[in-house]
Design a binder for this molecule. Structure first.
Ligand code: MRU
Length: 350
């Protein structure tokens, strides 16, 4: 079901359910060229590592069509133009490695002798394959991860690693859906609200409520008390990039949740497809952390909550050390420590 990322073949455009306005409005945003695709990625019309990768794959096709339409008359002029557009696309957001992964995969399928029409045809097919593959991987990951959830568990999650953050089904929410679909109908979810963009309150709660999976939203700073009271049995979160040693960057606040989980003896899992693991990044400190506009912190919607002129931090992600992670749930199985070894093995099993 292409319900939030759709490609319209007739119009040649990418259609995205605009996540900025959920849960209040279901508006659609149309990407017709590289600039509109980059805008959608940067303003978080679409967000979540795998969904960013799928969007970028279609974005490469839009870039190729744009290069053909705007480059000079010589047959070869579109190639450097396309190359520059792809570089811009790849740099739209720095932390989620699925973006660079998708653009790299598209580039690898760009034959040096290929004409523009042939390239566009093969790229559209590849973008659709990446899209379908993510749906399959999330289902598989969900079925694998269901094993770590016991019926009766309350599972805490941070940010939104659900259907909206992937092609469908989700990663962390895929694990929860996997358990639910396996008949564990006594599970409950705590969605941390996830300041400042409120992906947990707006998106995770919206998705789960639609599916009838019991969910309660908690403000981020309730995490310690909820764990202390024994109200959380598992934590499952997504990731934007997992380093070669198993350190995993996810939405800001995840590190605090992981530290609290260790303190209170709550198993903390990361769920992500192999496309989120970046063997070229040695550890969490080497993961680039996106610094976003101060306005997301100074305002809630249109309402200003920080005095004029006061500076804020808006680092959007934090890396959780591998030592705090009980397992990394992927489409090829649950990776266990030592992650350096299990990650290498997983790539061998791909
Ligand atoms: O800034 P966002 O909303 O793109 O951040 C998203 C997250 O941190 C998700 O948890 C992560 O991308 C995993 S999505 C399956």
């Amino acid at each position: 079901m292409d319900w939030h990322i759709r490609f319209d073949d007739a119009q040649g455009r990418l259609e995205l359910l605009d996540q900025r306005f959920l849960p209040v409005r279901e508006d659609w945003f149309y990407c017709t060229d590289t600039a509109s695709t980059i805008y959608a990625l940067q303003t978080m019309v679409v967000r979540g590592a795998p969904a960013i990768g799928v969007t970028a794959a279609y974005g490469c096709w839009l870039a190729a069509r744009e290069a053909g339409a705007t480059a000079g008359p010589a047959e070869e002029d579109w190639r450097p133009c396309l190359d520059a557009l792809l570089t811009d696309l790849e740099n739209a957001r720095p932390t989620a490695v699925n973006l660079a992964w998708a653009v790299r995969r598209m580039r690898a399928a760009w034959g040096p002798e290929q004409g523009l029409d042939a390239l566009c045809a093969s790229w559209l097919a590849l973008a659709k394959e990446i899209h379908d593959e993510d749906k399959r991987f999330c289902r598989r990951l969900g079925a694998v991860g269901a094993a770590v959830i016991d019926d009766g568990d309350t599972v805490m999650t941070h940010c939104n690693a659900g259907a909206l953050a992937t092609a469908d089904y989700g990663t962390a929410l895929g694990v929860i859906r996997g358990a639910w679909d396996a008949g564990k109908r006594n599970i409950r979810v705590i969605a941390n609200e996830t300041r400042p963009f409120l992906q947990g309150a707006r998106l995770t709660a919206w998705e789960l409520a639609k599916d009838g999976i019991p969910v309660k939203v908690a403000c981020d700073n309730a995490c310690a008390l909820l764990m202390k009271k024994g109200l959380v049995q598992k934590v499952v979160v997504g990731a934007d990039r997992i380093a070669a040693n198993g350190d995993a960057a996810n939405k800001i606040g995840t590190l605090g949740v992981a530290i609290l989980a260790q303190h209170f003896g709550v198993p903390f899992y990361v769920a992500a497809p192999l496309s989120t693991i970046d063997p070229a990044t040695p550890d969490g400190d080497a993961i680039p952390i996106e610094d976003r506009t101060p306005r997301e912190v100074t305002h809630v919607g249109a309402t200003q909550i920080v005095p004029d002129g006061v500076e804020v931090y808006n680092m959007a992600f934090d890396p959780t050390p591998a030592a705090l992670i009980a397992g990394i749930i992927t489409e090829v199985g649950i990776l266990r420590p030592p992650y350096g070894e299990s990650i290498l093995k997983a790539f061998g099993a791909e």
